[in-house]
Structure formats: C-alpha cells, structure tokens
Design a binder for this molecule. Structure first.
Ligand SMILES: [Zn+2]
Length: 237
C-alpha cells in the first residue's frame, strides 16, 4: 500500500515534467552536470532555427545530450541492468543478504531486551528496598545510572527493531518485485509503454546519470537493495 502511495506521489511530480509542447523528459531529476553537479533538466533549444529537445545544463551549455537518442541509450542499459538483477542466482543472493540483515538485528534486539529486563528488575528491587527503608528523598547513584542506561538501551533497541522490521519489508518487496518481473524478463522497459511508466521504471533503478561533454555515466541501483548497483558509460555522438 505504501508503495502504491509512493508511486502515486511520484506520478504527480512526473506529470509536471512535460515541456510546453507536452513532451515528457524521461530522465528529468536523474541527470546531473559533471561540472556544477546541478540537475540537468530537459528543455528545447534552438539549433539551426529548429527547436530541439535536449538535456542541457543551464550553466554549462556544452554539457548536453539530445533527448531521443540519449533516452534510448539509457533505456537500453537499464534493460540490461534489469536483466542482470533479475537473474535467479542473484535474486537468491539478495534474499539471503536481507535475511542475514534481519537475523543480525533480531539477535541484537533479543540481547538488548534481556538486558533491559534485567536492569528494570534491578531498579524495581532497589526502589522496593528504598520504600521499605523510608529513605526515598534522594535516588541513589546506582538507580540514576540504571535509569540512564535503560533510556539508552531502549533507544538503541527501538532503532534495531526498526531495522529488523524494514528488513522484513524489504524482503517482501523484493519477492513481489521478482515475481512481477519474471514474466517480462527479456525487456522490462518497452518502447510501446506509456512514458510515465517508463519513467517510473527508470526511477526504480537509475540512481543518477552524470553528463559530461563526451559521455554519460549511468549509475544503477537495485530498487529494493541499494547496496547492489551497477555502472554503464554511454558515449554521446
Ligand atoms: Zn553545469
């Protein structure tokens, strides 16, 4: 559900990326200028009295690529990357990595919960002793220390619980993703697709594209396992 919401919000943003003549720039938000590191968005420029759609840095006019050709090249690489990440052996590997991640945090939270319980019991016992002795004006140093430690432990534990939970979520997403893509493994991004869908799929796996005068460096990421990436260089004609 969260994923659907995310896609929807992306969709809204993407709808605004059309230029005045209704053209959608598939790589908007992804392309970065190699010189100033600013985002390079698509727009039309006049070349020999013709308005040509390009990606061009607003500051560095030599950093540019013609829209159509550039997008086709990036899509070609993207399909190759999709093909690689959907390889069954790799899928297995990713699942195992996330499973390991989950196990680590599971062990950590179990340990910290035991410790939390131990300290809580120690505080309770000490408090009982204090109440019985009738001297509860000043809390002994040990109880103060324990309370501080308890606070820290609870905070860390919460963090680990979150990581454990997100590993489970990641695992679910990866499985759904793998299942969905299995049927269309030969070519994920198809020319016939709606531009908006192409754009969503590209955003799933392209982390950034660094544009120079001569070439473009496409940095890929796995949609649900960011540690796994790839790199491809495209020469600009
Ligand atoms: Zn620039």
């Amino acid at each position: 559900m969260e994923q659907v919401q995310k896609k929807k919000s992306q969709f809204k943003i993407i709808r605004k990326e059309n230029d005045d003549e209704g053209l959608i720039y598939l790589l908007d938000k992804l392309v970065i200028c190699s010189r100033c590191h600013n985002k390079v968005n698509g727009h039309r420029i006049l070349i020999k009295e013709e308005k040509i759609p390009v990606y061009r840095c607003r500051k560095h006019h030599k950093i540019r690529a013609k829209k159509e050709q550039f997008e086709l090249e990036v899509i070609k690489c993207a399909n190759q990357f999709f093909f690689e990440i959907l390889n069954p052996t790799l899928s297995l590997f990713i699942n195992e990595c996330i499973q390991d991640e989950h196990n680590v945090f599971n062990r950590l939270t179990q340990q910290s919960q035991k410790k939390i319980q131990f300290i809580e019991e120690r505080i309770t016992k000490a408090m009982h002793r204090l109440i019985e002795s009738g001297e509860i004006v000043n809390l002994p140093k040990q109880i103060q220390k324990d309370q501080k430690e308890l606070e820290d432990l609870n905070r860390v534990n919460e963090e680990w619980e979150g990581k454990k939970f997100s590993a489970i979520e990641k695992l679910k997403l990866v499985e759904v993703y793998q299942k969905n893509q299995e049927q269309r493994i030969d070519k994920i991004i198809d020319e016939e697709m709606e531009d908006v869908l192409k754009q969503l799929l590209l955003c799933d796996i392209v982390d950034s594209i660094v544009l120079t005068e001569a070439d473009a460096h496409v940095n890929f990421k796995h949609p649900h396992y960011q540690e796994l990436g790839g790199h491809e260089r495209i020469e600009l004609g």
